[in-house]
Design a protein around this ligand. Structure first.
Ligand code: HEC
Length: 469
C-alpha cells in the first residue's frame, strides 16, 4: 500500500491544530483518513479489533505513532504532534477498543447462574432503597449498616427489618457530596464506635458559590439513635473550598490507626502540596489525635495528618489482613484509574503523572511515570470509574481466597483481581450491567455483598453473590 501522496496534505493540516486540541478532532484530522472515523479501519487496518502488528502495549502504540512503522505506510508523527498529544491518542485508541469489547460481552442478570474463571456463582437481591447507597458494612451481630448519600444512615437487622438511625450529623448533599462512608470499629464488640465521613457545608466562597469540606466523626448507636459523637477531622478553615467534587472518602482501620481518603476537591494542583488536606490519604488515631510519626508531622506548615499525597480521588481503601498492607483505588481523569499500594510519605504523582487525559480530550501530561513518584500497581485505561474494594476473606468461595474485588461505577462491572508479589496477575470481570457498583464487602456468612445503583431512577440495591446451589 502506498499512502505517500496523501501524506503531504495531511501533515499540512495537522500543523495548524492547536496543542490543546481535543483528541476527537486530532484523530479525525490526522488519523481517520487511514484508520477510519470509527477506528475500525479504512485504508489502514482497524485499531479496535485487538489484533496488533506491534505487541499492542501502550509503549508500542506510542512508538508507532511517534516513529511510524517503516514499510507498511504508518507515517511518523513525532515531529508534528507533542508527546502529550500522542498520549491522548493512545487513550483514545484504548477507549474505542474497550467499547467494541463491551458490546460483545453479555450482561449479567439477577438470579442467573454464571461461570467465572474459578467459581460458578449466582446473585440475589438483599434490599432495595430510594436514593444512592454510598457505603455499607456489617456489625458483629450480622446486621448491616448502610449510608444514603442524601444524608441517611440505615440499619438492616439479621431478620431483614430496616430502621433509620436518628440524629446523625446534617450533611451537605450536593453534586458528589453528602453522607459517604460508614465503618464500624474492628473492636466494635468492645467499644461500639462507628466512623462516618460526609461533606459539611462551609458557607460561600468569594464568588458566592456554596462550599463544603470532608468531615470525619465517630459515634455510637443506642436504641436506634446516634449518640456520643466526636469530631475526628475537619479541613482547616482556610482550606475549605470544595464546590462539590472529589471528596474521597473511604476508611480503613489498622490497630489504633484510622486511615481515610480525601480527594483533590477539584483543585488538582493541591494534590502536590503538603499544606492542604485535599488529594491525600490521611492517618490519625481512632480518637482523632495525630500520630507524631506521620511523615510530615514536623514539617512547617504541613497538614500533619497526611500519610500520602498526589492522590486524585481515592474511593476505595482496604487492608489486606494477611499482609497488613494498605491498598487504594482512585478515580483517574479520562483514563488512568489506579490501584495503589499505599506506603508512608509516598507521592502518587497526580497531576504530574497520569495515564489519563482531560474529560474533554485535551492532554494533561505525556508523563506516565516520573522519578520520585510512585506508579500504580495496576491501571484501567479507559477508566471504569473505580470505586470500593475489598479482599475476599470468607470461606464460601475457596478459589477466590485473598482476591481483591473492585467495583466500577461508569462501566457497571465487578472486577476480581489476583495479586501476587504486588503484581496483578488476573483482572477478571465477573459481573456487569446490573448497575453502578460503589461498595463491596465480604459478608460474615462468606458471601460477597455489593451496592448497586441506577442513577436515572435514584434507586439502589444491595445484592449478594453466592454459590450456585
Ligand atoms: C497514511 C495512512 C495512515 C495514517 C494517516 C495513520 N496511520 Fe496508523 N497505521 C497505518 C498503517 C498502514 C499501519 C500498519 C497497520 C498494520 O499493518 O497492522 C498503521 C499502524 C498504526 C498503529 C500500530 C497498530 C498495530 O497494529 O500495532 C497505530 C497505534 C497507529 N497506526 C495509530 C495511528 C494514529 C494515532 C494516527 C494519527 C495520528 C495514524 N495511525 C495515522 C496507516 C496510517
Amino acid at each position: 500500500m502506498n499512502k505517500l501522496p496523501i501524506l503531504g496534505a495531511m501533515l499540512a493540516s495537522i500543523t495548524s491544530l492547536p496543542s490543546q486540541a481535543k483528541v476527537e478532532e486530532l484523530f479525525k484530522s490526522t488519523c481517520a483518513s487511514c484508520h477510519g472515523e470509527t477506528l475500525m479501519g479504512a485504508m489502514a487496518p482497524s485499531l479496535v479489533d485487538n489484533t496488533w502488528l506491534t505487541d499492542g502495549t501502550d509503549k508500542a502504540l506510542t512508538n508507532a505513532i511517534k516513529n511510524g512503522i517503516a514499510n507498511v505506510g504508518m507515517p511518523a508523527f513525532g515531529e508534528t504532534l507533542s508527546d502529550e498529544q500522542v498520549r491522548t491518542l493512545v487513550v483514545f485508541i484504548r477507549e474505542a477498543g474497550a467499547k467494541v469489547e463491551r458490546q460483545k460481552a453479555p450482561k449479567s442478570s439477577l438470579g442467573k447462574v454464571f461461570t467465572t474463571k474459578h467459581q460458578t456463582v449466582t446473585t440475589q437481591k438483599v434490599l432495595t432503597s430510594d436514593g444512592i447507597i454510598w457505603a455499607m458494612d456489617f456489625l458483629p451481630d450480622g446486621s448491616l449498616l448502610y449510608t444514603l448519600r442524601q444524608g441517611e444512615l440505615w440499619m438492616m437487622s439479621k431478620n431483614g427489618k430496616k430502621t433509620q438511625v436518628i440524629g446523625i450529623p446534617e450533611v451537605w448533599h450536593n453534586r458528589q457530596g453528602g453522607l459517604l462512608d460508614v465503618y464500624p470499629d474492628p473492636q466494635y464488640s468492645q467499644n461500639g464506635w462507628i466512623y462516618l465521613s460526609f461533606s459539611q457545608a462551609a458557607g460561600k466562597n468569594d464568588n458566592g458559590d456554596e462550599i463544603a469540606f470532608t468531615k470525619i466523626v465517630r459515634g455510637k448507636i443506642s436504641d436506634g439513635k446516634w449518640v456520643s459523637e466526636q469530631t475526628l477531622f475537619e479541613a482547616k478553615p482556610e482550606n475549605r473550598k470544595n464546590r462539590g467534587w472529589h471528596f474521597g472518602s473511604r476508611f480503613a482501620i489498622q490497630g489504633d490507626y484510622l486511615f481515610f481518603t480525601n480527594g483533590d476537591e477539584g483543585h488538582q494542583n493541591d494534590a502536590q502540596s503538603i499544606t492542604t488536606q485535599n488529594g491525600k490519604i490521611h492517618r490519625i488515631f481512632k480518637d482523632g489525635r495525630i500520630p507524631k510519626d506521620n511523615p510530615f508531622y514536623n514539617e512547617k506548615g504541613a497538614q500533619q495528618t497526611i500519610w500520602t499525597y498526589g492522590n486524585r480521588n481515592p474511593q476505595g481503601l482496604t487492608i489486606n489482613q494477611t499482609t497488613g498492607d494498605l491498598w487504594s483505588t482512585e478515580h483517574g481523569p479520562r483514563g488512568g484509574d489506579e490501584l495503589n499500594l499505599i506506603t508512608k510519605g509516598v507521592n502518587y504523582g497526580w497531576p504530574k503523572v497520569t495515564f489519563g487525559m482531560n474529560y474533554n480530550g485535551t492532554p494533561i501530561t505525556e508523563h506516565t511515570e516520573l522519578p520520585g513518584m510512585q506508579s500504580p500497581i495496576h491501571h484501567w485505561t479507559p477508566s471504569i470509574a473505580v470505586a470500593g474494594i475489598n479482599f475476599y476473606t470468607g470461606n464460601v468461595f475457596k478459589n477466590w481466597q485473598g482476591d481483591l474485588f473492585v467495583g466500577s461505577l461508569a462501566k457497571k462491572q465487578l472486577h476480581r483481581l489476583r495479586i501476587e508479589n504486588n503484581q496483578v496477575i488476573e483482572d477478571e470481570i465477573i459481573l456487569k450491567g446490573l448497575g453502578r457498583i460503589r461498595d463491596v464487602v465480604t459478608a460474615p456468612n462468606g458471601t460477597i455483598y455489593l451496592t448497586i445503583n441506577d442513577r436515572n431512577k435514584n434507586e439502589s440495591k444491595i445484592i449478594s453473590i453466592l454459590p450456585a446451589s
